[in-house]
Design a protein around this ligand. Sequence first.
Ligand SMILES: C[S@@+](CC[C@H](N)C(=O)[O-])C[C@H]1O[C@@H](n2cnc3c(N)ncnc32)[C@H](O)[C@@H]1O
Length: 214
Amino acid sequence: MDKSCTRELSRYHTLGEETFYFAGHNISIRESMDTFGALVWPGAVALCQFLENNQQQVKLMDKAVLEIGAGTGLLSVVASLLGARVTATDLPDILPNLSFNLQRNTKGRSLYTPQVAALSWGQDLQRDFPLPSNRFDYLLAADVVYPHDRLEDLLKTMQYFCRPGSGTTLLWANKIRFESDVSFTECFQKRFNAKLLAQLPQQEVWIYNATARE
Ligand SMILES: C[S@@+](CC[C@H](N)C(=O)[O-])C[C@H]1O[C@@H](n2cnc3c(N)ncnc32)[C@H](O)[C@@H]1O
């Protein structure tokens, strides 16, 4: 066998592991190297830190929480450990590793077992998440904005769950890296009542709180 191929393959498939400490627990996140959803991104870490430090401001206990673009699941794990009833969503390919990380870090530790579901931004929302039964207190999104061609679908998804009268609060954390991230933020501010909650200059991460414009 060609050794260079073997080396390439094993590097591609090697699973990384990252550990964190939030909400009184060590959290181990299994990563993989092949997709955007395979690493823990800075927005997730920043929002976990924010939720842990601001539990009086964002009370997650017994609250219904939906995460979109959950990736490796760190943020959903922390929301679960803080007492929320979490549904973590992402593209179908991402779900096996997401489920693995949620299960290993919340089993026997969280009040509610987190759920995992496929949610592709802007696709079949009415079919898969019919209203009004799918109402969430919080919608979480971390580092879902980077140069990709689904930004309008992402905004529509945010608006679908965070709609007038729903009482849903959107918490969105993102590393602002590109011009397109700034333009998305401007659109976001036009479509929602948005408030900048925190700006972390070292990490270049901004955290927004948003509700529907009535
Ligand atoms: C940069 S990663 C962030 C992952 C995680 N939130 C974090 O901060 O660690 C972006 C996530 O969005 C998901 N994503 C990308 N396009 C999507 C789409 N069209 N519908 C749903 N999720 C999508 C990716 O699979 C990935 O998990």
